[in-house]
Design a protein around this ligand. Structure first.
Ligand SMILES: [Zn+2]
Ligand SMILES: [Zn+2]
Length: 445
């Protein structure tokens, strides 16, 4: 009993010490990180147009001692700090902002307007918190460069463009991210949001979010007079049957308990009440957690669409086209387990929680698809008092992408830097073999 108590006191002492020294370290870089935050927040840029953002971040990382390459996959940047033999660990931030008009009322609120790629006049705002991620990465970069005796190996920091359009990660990979630069043993990223109070982080081992697929189905019939249906093959009736049959995929074909959503978000057909049209088109979004369920659902959609058309005697097979898609982000369970302890030591045990998967999608999965184990965790952004108040009232704070999204910057940015440094130091004290063994379990998503 006494030994247990002593051990507890020692471990508490160690943790308090770790938290204190982490806090002092962050204080020394915080002014730089916060200044960058305010600058970026006032000057947001849309996806694939992050030129000023990228060059600002690149010059600050160069000043911190990193070897920086710009224009990787468009506006992407890659910063490297080599520190002897050891593993290569990559930390990613996104660079882009969103076409949202800021309504936070903050003194440094964005007033930026620009033309979107489709020629519309839009306001621009860092409504997804990528400015927090970039500032946190800068603070982390400065600490890691000043404390090279605390780790060994290669630190790779990347600024990825176009996350919001789910195209930037693939662009950087195509431009040689993993061939022109050292291929990492592990990749890391965090995302800020209001689902957690600032000062905390959350870990989701295994599947973190959903596979998302967008499909277009065009049903071909034979048009004619609405009063002479016998001379036509009505694509609207085929579409109606198809929509109902599609709902039997989640309810009858997928194993109960597995996550599968099939939503028909639009149906377009016809021009006038007494004309049977030639075609009907519908658009679907499909969400799943597991790859085998995803395959099953996509195959079933095609089978049902073709089957219903054949039953009705359609003149042509329908077009079933998957025009957009991204994989679920998968957190390597071995990594998630290993990194919980250093996060708890740095932030306090109560400030690290385990959470369920979420539904929005993200292209961090593109790096994991290249065979690199990943760890993607959540950073609390909500003002702790407002968070508690909202919880007590059963309301929720503005989510990411809202014109009112305003993270509580000081505690959130502070915790982001502490967390990134803790995770990086832990991994950059391992050997590449140790990390390979840890992550050797085949991913069964
Ligand atoms: Zn976003
Ligand atoms: Zn985001």
């Amino acid at each position: 009993m006494r030994i247990a108590l002593l051990a507890l006191l020692v471990s508490l002492g160690v943790n308090v010490h770790a938290q204190k020294s982490a806090s002092n370290e962050v204080d020394s870089v915080y002014p730089d990180a916060h200044a960058l935050y305010v600058d970026l927040h006032q000057h947001p840029e849309l996806s694939s147009h992050e030129t000023q953002t990228a060059s600002t971040l690149a010059s600050l990382l160069r000043r911190a001692g990193y070897e920086v390459t710009e224009h990787v996959g468009g506006t992407g940047i890659v910063a490297i700090l080599k520190n002897g033999p050891g593993p290569t660990i990559m930390l990613r931030t996104e660079l882009d902002a969103l076409p949202v008009e800021e309504k936070t009322g903050l003194p440094y609120a964005s007033k930026v307007h620009t033309k979107s790629d489709s020629g519309q006049d839009v306001s621009v705002m860092h409504a997804c918190g990528h400015d927090v991620h970039m500032s946190s990465l800068l603070g982390t970069a400065e600490i890691m460069a000043r404390s090279k005796d605390s780790w060994h190996g290669t630190l790779l920091l990347i600024g990825q463009p176009a996350e919001e359009t789910i195209s930037g990660a693939a662009g950087m990979i195509r431009d040689g991210l993993f061939t022109r630069f050292p291929k990492p043993d592990v990749i890391l990223a965090l995302h800020v949001g209001n689902a957690l109070p600032a000062g905390t982080v959350a870990i989701t081992p295994g599947i973190y979010n959903t596979n998302a697929d967008s499909l277009r189905i065009v049903i071909y019939g034979k048009g004619g007079h609405g009063a002479l249906p016998n001379t036509t093959i009505d694509p609207i009736v085929i579409a109606a049957r198809t929509i109902l049959s599609l709902q039997t995929i989640p309810s009858r074909e997928v194993k109960p308990g597995e996550m599968a959503v099939v939503t028909v978000g639009y149906v377009r057909a016809g021009t006038k009440n007494n004309i049977i049209p030639d075609e009907a088109e519908m658009g679907l979004t499909v969400r799943t957690y597991k790859q085998d369920v995803r395959k099953q659902v996509l195959a079933a959609i095609e089978r049902i669409a073709k089957g219903e058309a054949a039953v009705a005697g359609a003149p042509r097979e329908p077009l079933v086209e998957r025009y957009e898609g991204t994989d679920a982000v998968y957190n390597d369970p071995g990594l998630a387990q290993r990194l919980q302890a250093p996060l708890e030591a740095a932030l306090g045990k109560n400030n690290v929680v385990l959470t369920e998967p979420i539904t929005p999608s993200e292209d961090f999965s593109a790096y994991v698809a290249q065979g690199v184990p990943g760890f993607y965790f959540s950073l609390g952004g909500a003002n702790p008092e407002k968070f508690a108040e909202a919880k007590a009232n059963g309301t929720s704070l503005p989510s990411n992408h809202s014109p009112l999204f305003a993270p509580d910057v000081d505690p959130a940015l502070h915790a982001g830097i502490v967390a990134e440094v803790a995770v990086l130091r832990n991994l950059l004290n391992a050997s590449p073999e140790e990390l390979r063994k840890l992550t050797a379990e085949p991913a069964s998503h």
